[in-house]
Design a protein around this ligand. Structure first.
Ligand code: HEC
Length: 176
């Protein structure tokens, strides 16, 4: 190999390395392990700011806490990918009683290309969310749901204590 081809080879490898590291840098969030503080933040949002538990239940098993609220899905057995789950939280589910947590969800077509007027034509109206959530908060919710809820089996005493922060009464009857 003369110097010239050698230099070319180096340039090509350099390019390949640069492309590979770019790919790694832009890989989807789900490829990274969630940080414990994000999981904890997501759990707080589920309980308080988003009040997801009103419809989905504190155990996220679809047994709602507020009898006045619509029946939410059993999130423990959800089959959604992370991308679809994030969309469901941001955009709600048109035609069902799942609220949209992105404040601008139906203002500019970002959700399914639909706007407020399109939603009003549906037989079931979306309730307002307890509070709008920032994209980062929705990612934290997804971190929490995938780490602690989706595909994580039924609620038990240990998970219950973790959720409530102490051994509250509802945790006592659960299996260990
Ligand atoms: C006002 C009631 C209500 C609230 C509050 C609510 N949801 Fe829902 N959610 C629903 C309903 C209703 C559905 C659709 C159930 C069905 O498919 O019939 C749903 C569906 C979903 C789904 C889709 C599940 C699947 O597998 O298809 C996800 C994910 C979800 N909710 C997450 C959340 C999160 C996270 C929060 C809090 C930020 C939340 N929901 C707050 C009522 C609610």
């Amino acid at each position: 190999m003369n110097l010239r081809t050698n230099g070319q080879w180096l340039r090509w490898t350099g390019l390949a390395v640069a492309t590979a590291s770019q790919l790694l840098a832009t890989s989807p969030l789900e490829a990274q392990a969630p940080r414990p503080e994000d999981i904890a933040a997501g759990m707080r949002i589920y309980r308080q700011k988003g009040d997801c538990q009103a419809c989905h239940g504190w155990a996220a098993d679809g047994r709602k806490m507020d009898s006045q609220m619509p029946d939410g899905a059993d999130l423990r057995s959800s089959q959604l990918t992370r991308a679809r789950l994030v969309t469901a939280i941001k955009c709600g589910i048109p035609g069902k009683a799942m609220p949209a947590f992105d404040r601008l969800a139906y203002s500019d077509g970002r959700c399914y290309g639909m706007r407020e007027a399109d939603l009003r034509r549906l037989p079931t109206q979306m309730p307002d969310p307890a509070a709008p959530l920032q994209p980062r908060e929705i990612e934290q919710l997804a971190d929490f749901l995938f780490a602690k809820v989706i595909g994580q089996g039924p609620m038990n005493r240990t998970k219950c204590i973790e959720y409530w922060g102490s051994d509250v009464e509802i945790c006592r009857d659960l299996p260990d």
